[in-house]
Ligand binder design. Structure first.
Ligand SMILES: Cc1cc2nc3c(=O)[nH]c(=O)nc-3n(C[C@H](O)[C@H](O)[C@H](O)COP(=O)(O)O)c2cc1C
Length: 180
């Protein structure tokens, strides 16, 4: 698949069909995350693949009821992937902790590869971290960064709006229009 198609057509999927995820596809999306760039190549990320229905329910229970991805995590998606990061396993510079960035890059690669494999994902950031830690026995030196459901989308969601390029891009100096 053309990379630009994956970049433009990936969506946050919150409704899943009941089809299983073939092991081969699951491995491919995890391998896409594995090759992400990271601070000094330290690869501070860890991924927990959850299929057990009771554990998926526990993960959903960590999310507020208002979270639109709650049902996908607890019920409809056959797999949930929990993204963890070693807080001491990356680097920091001028107060910027890079473990979050490293982990985020890996998850973005995972989400794009999932799209290329005909699978849906949805970055979930709103959850009670301690509940997820308990559900999946995550050790204290790791933070739980995100979750995503993984499965065959029930439908392709509509695109969400994006800011215009002129609002987010400058030429040479802050505030100087990029697009003439
Ligand atoms: C850091 C972060 C946290 C997010 N948390 C949630 C969440 O808890 N629940 C949810 O349904 N979507 C969540 N999303 C998905 C965003 O709502 C979604 O990416 C955004 O609306 C753009 O839509 P798109 O991904 O379909 O392009 C999160 C995305 C990011 C990057």
């Amino acid at each position: 698949m053309d990379i630009y198609e994956a970049l433009k057509e990936r969506r946050s999927v919150r409704k899943y069909a009941s089809d299983p995820v073939p092991e081969e596809k699951l491995n491919k999306v995890l391998e896409a995350a594995q090759v992400a760039p990271s601070w000094k190549n330290k690869q501070c990320w860890r991924f927990i693949v959850v299929r057990n229905p009771e554990r998926k329910e526990q993960l959903a229970a960590s999310m507020p009821e208002s979270n639109p991805a709650r049902r996908a995590v607890g019920e409809t998606a056959p797999i949930v992937i929990v993204l963890c990061a070693d807080t001491e396993g990356s680097g920091d510079k001028d107060g910027k902790d890079y473990y979050m960035l490293d982990a985020g890059l890996a998850f973005q690669q995972l989400m794009l590869a999932a799209y290329a494999e005909g699978l849906g994902t949805c970055w979930v950031g709103l959850f009670d971290e301690e509940k997820v830690r308990e559900a999946c026995a995550v050790p204290s030196e790791f933070r739980v960064v995100a979750l995503t459901p993984l499965g065959v989308p029930a439908k392709q969601p509509s695109p969400r709006p994006r800011k215009d390029l002129s609002e987010i891009t400058y030429s040479e100096e802050w505030g100087h229009s990029f697009i003439s």
